[in-house]
Write a protein that binds this ligand. Structure first.
Ligand code: CA
Length: 235
């Protein structure tokens, strides 16, 4: 089970799209591509990627609209790419919640560096000190955010991609109750609906893997009717 970061590239020019796809794939990212705004919004909400690389000049809508729409439900990092070298677009994109801005033409090394930075800062928006980097330790449990893996007593517990995302999300807010609704939207996107069965099924599997006694958990607690809470990190 590889836990690659997922990137959605939104770009209407085929030649650029192909290059970007190749660059990201060869750097170990999982890549999806969209060639217009409508397709982009659909893919973003269904794949819930780790990062969005967004061309502002799209055939069917202004890329700024996509930023606005995504920011209404998620803090997924967005790096805006545009041929337009206008300060106004840059500021508007950042004001709407884009994380960074690249102006065409740009080099591969610069692009990858910006992506790594955005991923590193991702989800640290709510608490700058708790970005997904380094490790999180509680009891016998260690979360390695760089490897995107969870270890118990030093042994990899082999979580699926979504199981990992759930544990990482809870760990970021450890000690705090996260509602079912918040977690569902963060993991599966805004169209997931309110039936939290999928979350409960994943949680049952996570507990089977990380808890010594799944019925009497030591790491992830159920707040009945509300959500889940992770035990706080200790030294
Ligand atoms: Ca374009």
């Amino acid at each position: 089970m590889s836990n690659k970061h997922t990137i959605i590239v939104v770009e209407d020019e085929n030649s650029i799209l192909n290059i970007l796809e190749m660059v990201f794939k060869s750097s170990g990212y999982q890549v999806y591509t969209a060639k217009n705004g409508k397709e982009a919004l659909m893919m973003i909400s269904s794949y819930c990627p780790d990062l969005i690389l967004l061309d502002l000049g799209l055939p069917d809508m202004d890329g700024l609209k996509i930023i606005q729409s995504v920011r209404s439900w998620s803090s997924i990092p967005i790096i805006v790419v545009s041929a337009r070298n206008h300060e106004k677009d840059k500021v508007t994109a950042l004001d709407l919640g884009a994380d960074d801005y690249l102006t065409k033409p740009f080099g591969t090394a610069e692009l990858l560096a910006r992506v790594r930075t955005a991923l590193r800062h991702a989800s640290g928006d709510n608490d700058k000190n708790k970005a997904y980097e380094g490790t999180f330790k509680v009891g016998a449990l260690t979360i390695d955010y760089d490897k995107r893996q969870v270890f118990k007593n030093g042994e990899n517990v082999h979580l699926t991609q979504n199981e990992y995302k759930i544990v990482a999300l809870l760990s970021k807010y450890s000690g705090k109750v996260l509602t079912y609704d918040f977690m569902m939207k963060q993991i599966w996107g805004p169209n997931i609906g309110s039936d939290n069965r999928i979350l409960r099924v994943n949680m049952a599997n996570i507990r089977r893997k990380i808890e010594t006694q799944p019925a009497d958990p030591a790491y992830i607690f159920t707040e009945i009717g509300v959500g889940y809470r992770m035990a706080e990190e200790k030294g």
